[in-house]
Design a binder for this molecule. Structure first.
Ligand code: PLP
Length: 231
């Protein structure tokens, strides 16, 4: 779908209003929730329009698609988040070009990212992806495997473990959505009680970001509600 620039500005405004309302309903500071605009399948011009409307953080899932767009937008001070599954042959470019990686679910990938992060850059901010409901073929560490992986990642010199990320399967209603996100929040609290100092819950997409904000999301990853259907 082609979105006229003024419509995109309007969508950004509407989305921010919904985010603000969700935060205020939960007694939270609206400024504590960052919007990551998921721009996969949308072109550099759409991203530029969103940036003009004040969006600073963008999420991409496919490296080969993301790199040319990032190149074309290199004049803008954008913060890029890699939110897709990470294959080992893609770690170098992710370590070199992105500020965040959200899909960490095994130590080997984390180790490569740490080793390949350029010395002139700050440490790569990372989230561990948790499979709240283990689904074959989908990424994420199980809750049982989380403490060990968190300990390993936290010890990697060129990574900064910021928190947890999840992509729960679609839920039938708000209460069920919230129950999923509450579990991720609980896992973050357990890690912090065990000595970590994690500040990020990367959870909530177009269909469920309000439930995620109600449960403490600090970063929502929204694509369709902003850019329209993906091609
Ligand atoms: C595509 C994607 C999103 C955005 O999904 P929408 O439903 O379009 O908002 C968020 N997170 C991840 C990891 C994604 O791959």
């Amino acid at each position: 779908m082609l979105i006229a620039p003024q419509n995109l500005a309007l969508r950004v405004k509407e989305l921010r209003l919904r985010m603000r309302a969700a935060a205020e309903a939960a007694g939270r500071d609206p400024g504590s929730v960052t919007l990551v605009a998921v721009s996969k399948s949308h072109n550099a011009e759409a991203i530029r329009e969103a940036a003009t409307a004040g969006v600073t953080d963008f999420g991409e899932s496919y490296l080969n698609e993301a790199l040319p767009k990032m190149q074309r937008l290199a004049d803008l001070p954008l913060c890029w988040h890699f939110i897709g599954a990470i294959q080992s042959n893609k770690t170098r470019a992710i370590a070199e070009r992105f500020a965040w990686a959200h899909g960490i679910d095994r130590p080997g990938i984390a180790r490569r990212l740490s080793e390949q992060r350029p010395f002139h850059a700050p440490p790569l901010d990372v989230c561990i992806q948790v499979a709240l409901v283990p689904e074959p073929g989908k990424g994420g560490v199980t809750a049982g495997g989380l403490p060990e992986l968190a300990a390993q990642v936290a010890g990697m010199p060129r990574l900064r473990l910021r928190g947890l990320m999840c992509i729960p399967p679609p839920q039938p209603g708000t209460a069920a959505q919230r129950a999923m996100f509450a579990r991720l929040r609980g896992l973050l609290s357990e890690l912090n009680a065990a000595g970590h100092s994690l500040d990020t819950l990367s959870m909530g997409m177009s269909a469920d970001f309000e439930a995620a904000i109600a449960e403490g999301a600090t970063l929502v990853r929204v694509g369709t509600a902003l850019f329209g259907e993906r091609r």
